[in-house]
Design a protein around this ligand. Sequence first.
Ligand SMILES: [Zn+2]
Length: 61
Amino acid sequence: MAIDPVCGMEVDEATAEWKSEHMGKTFYFCAPGCKKTFDENPMKYMESDSHGGHQEEHHHH
Ligand SMILES: [Zn+2]
């Protein structure tokens, strides 16, 4: 299972209809809307890769 980086849902790579490649990694999405959201701002979702899937707001300094 892969995690949809936009909404956090589990997505089966084998049957995923929506996916995007970014920086050499493949991301899977549960719906076209999630893929679109990712495609519009992939960096926002790239950064949380090492945090176990948790989406955290960044602190502004
Ligand atoms: Zn989704």
